[in-house]
Design a protein around this ligand. Sequence first.
Ligand SMILES: [Mg+2]
Ligand SMILES: [Zn+2]
Length: 192
Amino acid sequence: MPQTPPKFIVLDRDGVINLDSDQFVKSAEEWVPIEGSLEAIAAMNQAGYRVVVASNQSGIGRGLFEMSALNAMHEKMYKALANLGGRVDAVFFCPHTAADACDCRKPKPGLLDQISERFGIELKGVPIVGDSLRDLEAGVAVGCTPHLVLTGKGRKTLDKGGLPPGTRVHDDLRAFARWLAGGDCAPRATSS
Ligand SMILES: [Mg+2]
Ligand SMILES: [Zn+2]
C-alpha cells in the first residue's frame, strides 16, 4: 500500500501569506496578510493539517532588518491567526544572501530538511505552496508536491514557465485550501 503522507503543509511566506514587496518586508507594520490567507490556514488546521512556513529572508543577511523585526512580524502573524482559530507550527527561515552559499536558501532544500528533522517526518507527498519557482524546486527536491499560487510573484512565475512537472496552480491560498478540502479541481500548469 502506498504510504500516506503526513498531514503537513509547507508554505512560503512572502507573496503567499502576506503581501510581497520588492523593497522587502522589513517590519511588523509592513507585514500585511493577503486577503483570506489567514482564514485559509485556519481552514487547513480545521481539516487536520499542521502548517509550517519555509521562507528566504535575505533581508537579514543584507542588514535591512534585525532578527527582532522578523520575530515581531511573526508575532503579528501568530496573533492574527490565533484570532481566527488558526496556527502555524513553526517558521523556518534562511537569513543568508546568495553570496553566503548556504544550504538553506531556497531552491536548496535545507529548510525542508530542517522541517523533516524537527518533526520527525518524511515530506514525500506533502504539499508545498509558493509563488516563486525556487519554492517549488526546494520542495520537489525532497518529494513535496508543488503548488503555485498566483499572488505575489506567482503570475510572473507562471508566465516564465519551466515549473516542475505536475505543478498545480491556484489563484491564492484560499483557493489552495478549497482544493485541499476537495472542493475544487485546480488545473495543472504542465502537461507532463
Ligand atoms: Mg514568496
Ligand atoms: Zn541559508
